[in-house]
Write a protein that binds this ligand. Sequence first.
Ligand code: HPA
Length: 285
Amino acid sequence: MEVPLCRSSYDDCKGTADWLQNRIKHTPRVAIICGSGLGDLADLIEDKIVFPYKDVPGFPTSTVAGHAGQLVFGKLQGRECVCMQGRFHFYEGYSLNTVTFPVRVFFLLGVETLIVTNAAGGLNGSYNVGDIMVIKDHINLPGFAGQSPLVGHNEDRFGVRFPCMSDAYDQKLRALAIQTAKEQKCGSFMQEGVYCMLVGPTYETIAECKILQKFGADAVGMSTVPEVVVARHCGLRVLGLSLITNKVVTDYDSHEKANHEEVLATTRLRAKDLQRLVRHLVTKI
Ligand code: HPA
């Protein structure tokens, strides 16, 4: 049987990393992937060097509303970092290999910590719209269906064939996030819970939401897990933050309907709090 090869090889990732390395002034230690409507964080970066994805060799372009589509290198509160303003989603038609390509490039650039943010639907009945959930664990539902970014040839220069995922979300970073949230007066709307990824682009049916609640998921979204799997494969420390933009519908009599406009409206309301939290957090990493 033919062994499938990674579509982006180590050399492809290295080629992109070298291209970027030749054009940046500082080596980033922290990478931040901004979710829908949360990209304004990159505006706070000082001493910026910006690369639209279309100009970066090997980078796909991002299509979804609410995503700018550029890499921003520079300093956030004095810490060297790189920010992805706009991520790639599986539902856009990219392979999981392509979705996670930037994470491998970050690793090759010397990044040690990955912060991922996303918008998510609240499954936990005690969560409110506008809560920020520190991701404690995830459920890789596409993985249950055979869709993992690590399927195929294993590139040992990135990581081992069978990476551990029971410690995917760094305990110290989670504690730091909660402590920083308290300091930044965000403590009253912080949660810690389990994120479940579905492929999308449909929002969930009522029956699906009920299953996910029974699975023990607290929030549901269409991103993040592939990037985290690849980040852990290559040994990056990960912190995940979900902004609860809507409550999922679990009642057949409800007239509520999940929609992208509500998701973006909530991110606009909470974006500044999330930015402040991440900005202060990076100084402590
Ligand atoms: N479901 C899936 N993805 C989402 C949701 C949701 O309710 N809200 C924001 N992203």
